[in-house]
Design a protein around this ligand. Structure first.
Ligand code: NDP
Length: 336
C-alpha cells in the first residue's frame, strides 16, 4: 500500500517514517521546503520506497491535490507545536485547522484513500495546563478540552491547545457532514520523549525534547519545575500506534485513542533518572530529588482502549525514553 505522511521532517514523523518503511509500505513524505527535503532524504539513504515532495503551505486550498495521487492511506502529523506564537491565528490555528480540513477534503476526491490517521494530542482532551489539573480525574476518549476561541487567541499555550482541539473537532465534523468513503482514526498522545532521529541543532529542537534539555540545563540550586501535564509516552510507541492505526479493521474507524504510557510521571522522576544514568550532569540538575513538587498535575489518563482496540503494546519505560533522549541531546551539544 501507498501512504502519504505529512510533516515528515518532524520529531514524531521521522519515527513513523522509519517504521512504515520497515513494515514495507511505499511512502510519499511531505516537507515544507528544499532544506527539509534534503534532511529527510539523508536520513533514509537508498530508500527505494520513499518519495519526498514539498507542500509549502498545508493550509492553502488544493495543497494536497497532487500529493494524493495513487495514495491508499494518509498519516497527517504536520502541525505547529510550540508555545511561542505571536499571531495565534496565523502561526497556530490556521495551519492546524486548515491543514486538517484541506487534507480531508482532498482525500474525499481520491477514491483510493481508505483511511486518514490524524496525530492529535492530549491537548485536545485535557484542559490547558494554565488551568490547574482536576485532582484524581482519569481522562478517557470521552473528554474534550473546553478551550474557547477567545482563550486560544489570547495566549500561546492556549493557542496550541486550541489548534489541536479545533483541528480534531473539525476533522470529526467533516466526517459526520460529508460521510466520505474513507474513515478517520485519531491518536491523542501527551508529552512525547525518546530518541531524536533528525538531529539538526539544539536551537531547532522540537518542543517536548526542548523541555528535557532545559531540565538538564539547570543547576543544583534551582528547584524542579512543576510537571503540569503528568502524562508521557515514548516516540517509538507513538510511531507504532500510527502503523497499527493504518492496519486496524473498520471497527477502529472514526474513533480517537489516548496513546500514553501507563501511570503518571513527574519532572522530579526525570531529573532522578538523568542523575543516575549521567553522573557527569550532576551539576546541571536541580539537587532536589523526589516525585512531586507544588503545581504538579494530579490527574491521569486511561490507555486501555489503545491496548484493547489498536493492539498497542507499550514497550518503553520512562527510563528508556529519557536515557535515549538525553544521549541524543548530549550528542547535539557536542556539535554546537
Ligand atoms: P515537530 O515540531 O518536530 O514537528 C512538527 C511538524 O509539523 C514538522 O514536520 C513541521 O515542519 C510541521 N509544521 C509545523 N508548523 C507547520 C506549519 N505552519 N505548516 C506546515 N507544517 C508545519 O514536533 P512533533 O514531531 O513533536 O509534532 C508532530 C505532531 O505531533 C504535531 O501534530 C503535534 O501536535 C503532535 N504532538 C506532539 C507531542 C510531543 O510531545 N512532541 C505531543 C502530542 C502531540 P518543519 O519541520 O518544516 O518545521
Amino acid at each position: 500500500s501507498r501512504v502519504l505522511l505529512t510533516g515528515a521532517s518532524g520529531f514524531v514523523a521521522e519515527h513513523i517514517l522509519e517504521q512504515l518503511l520497515d513494515a514495507g509500505y511505499w511512502v510519499r513524505a511531505t516537507v515544507r521546503n528544499e532544506d527539509k527535503r534534503r534532511t529527510v532524504s539523508t536520513l533514509h539513504p537508498g530508500a527505494l520506497k520513499l518519495e519526498i515532495v514539498i507542500v509549502a503551505d498545508v493550509g492553502a486550498p488544493g495543497a494536497f491535490t497532487e500529493a494524493l495521487e495513487s495514495i491508499d492511506y494518509i498519516v497527517h502529523t504536520a502541525s505547529p507545536f510550540h508555545f511561542s506564537a505571536t499571531d495565534m491565528q496565523k502561526d497556530m490555528l490556521d495551519p492546524a485547522i486548515k491543514g486538517t480540513t484541506e487534507i480531508l477534503e482532498a482525500a474525499a476526491k481520491h477514491e483510493r484513500v481508505k483511511r486518514v490517521v490524524l496525530t492529535s494530542s492530549m491537548a485536545s482532551v485535557i484542559d490547558t495546563p494554565l488551568i490547574p489539573g482536576p485532582g484524581g480525574k482519569v481522562y478517557t476518549e470521552e473528554d474534550w478540552n473546553s478551550v474557547t476561541l477567545e482563550q486560544a487567541l489570547s495566549h500561546p499555550a492556549f493557542a496550541y491547545h486550541g489548534s489541536k482541539t479545533f483541528a480534531e473537532r473539525a476533522a470529526f465534523e467533516f466526517m459526520e457532514r460529508t460521510k466520505p468513503a474513507f474513515d478517520l482514526v485519531v491518536l491523542n498522545p501527551p508529552f512525547i520523549y525518546g530518541p531524536i532521529k533528525n538531529k539538526q541543532s539544539l536551537t531547532s529542537l522540537n518542543t517536548s525534547s526542548a523541555v528535557v534539555h532545559s531540565l538538564i540545563s539547570s543547576s543544583k540550586s534551582s528547584g524542579v519545575p512543576p510537571t503540569q501535564v503528568p502524562l508521557w509516552v515514548d516516540v517509538r510507541d507513538v510511531a507504532h500506534a500510527h502503523v497499527l492505526a493504518l492496519q486496524g479493521g473498520r471497527e477502529i474507524g472514526n474513533k480517537r485513542f489516548l496513546i500514553q504510557a501507563d501511570g503518571t510521571y513527574t519532572f522530579g522522576q526525570v531529573v532522578d533518572i538523568v542523575r543516575a544514568k549521567f553522573p557527569q550532569l550532576a551539576d546541571r540538575l536541580p539537587a532536589q530529588s523526589g516525585a512531586r513538587v507544588e503545581g504538579d498535575g494530579e490527574y491521569s489518563g486511561d490507555n486501555s482502549k489503545s491496548k484493547r482496540e489498536l493492539g498497542l503494546v507499550y514497550k518503553y519505560s520512562l527510563e528508556d525514553s529519557i536515557t535515549a533522549l538525553v544521549n541524543d541531546l548530549l550528542a547535539l551539544e557536542e556539535t554546537r
